[in-house]
Design a protein around this ligand. Structure first.
Ligand code: CMP
Length: 144
């Protein structure tokens, strides 16, 4: 099924100069970039993004971190991109992500795991709507 997912390069990934490396992995796979911007999210915005985790002990630190610097927010489109995007990214804990995945190759600790990707169709829809307005997404198919 042709899907869209939300992918963010977090402040650690941006600071470490990994934007091109990460974009390249999604591009080479064959997924299409339909929206991209660089923003510093407010703490309130980060809390909205991570609202599902608000009972977790690391919630406050996680939101502080997401709002600590520039984040590259993207929407990627393609067949099965929600699930396969998670595969490209690797397990949440970089100690458990396989070599060959983004986190497996480029990160070592869970609170600095460089990238976020929507985990299911419902969260993809919600996260895209939170980060982007409809007009910020492009279409690759001509309406002519
Ligand atoms: P992400 O995919 O952005 O979704 C939630 C984030 O919470 C996750 O990546 C990690 O960066 C972070 N996270 C998960 N578990 C922990 C933990 N035990 N301590 C700190 N951060 C965590």
């Amino acid at each position: 099924e042709l899907e869209r997912t939300f992918i963010a390069i977090k402040p650690d990934g941006v600071q470490r100069g990994l934007i091109a490396e990460i974009v390249s992995r999604f591009e080479r796979k064959g997924f299409k970039l339909v929206a991209i911007k660089i923003v510093v999210p407010s703490k309130e915005f980060a809390q909205k993004h991570y609202h599902d985790l608000k009972e977790r002990p690391f919630f406050n630190g996680l939101c502080d971190f997401l709002s600590s610097g520039p984040v590259v927010a993207m929407v990627w489109e393609g067949e099965g991109v929600i699930k396969y995007g998670r595969k490209l990214i690797g397990a949440t804990d970089p100690q458990k992500s396989e070599p060959g995945t983004i986190r497996g190759d480029l990160a070592v600790v869970v609170d600095r795991n460089i990238i976020h990707g929507s985990d299911a169709p419902k969260t993809a829809k919600d996260e895209i709507a939170l980060w982007f307005s409809h007009g910020e997404l492009v279409s690759y198919t001509s309406n002519a």
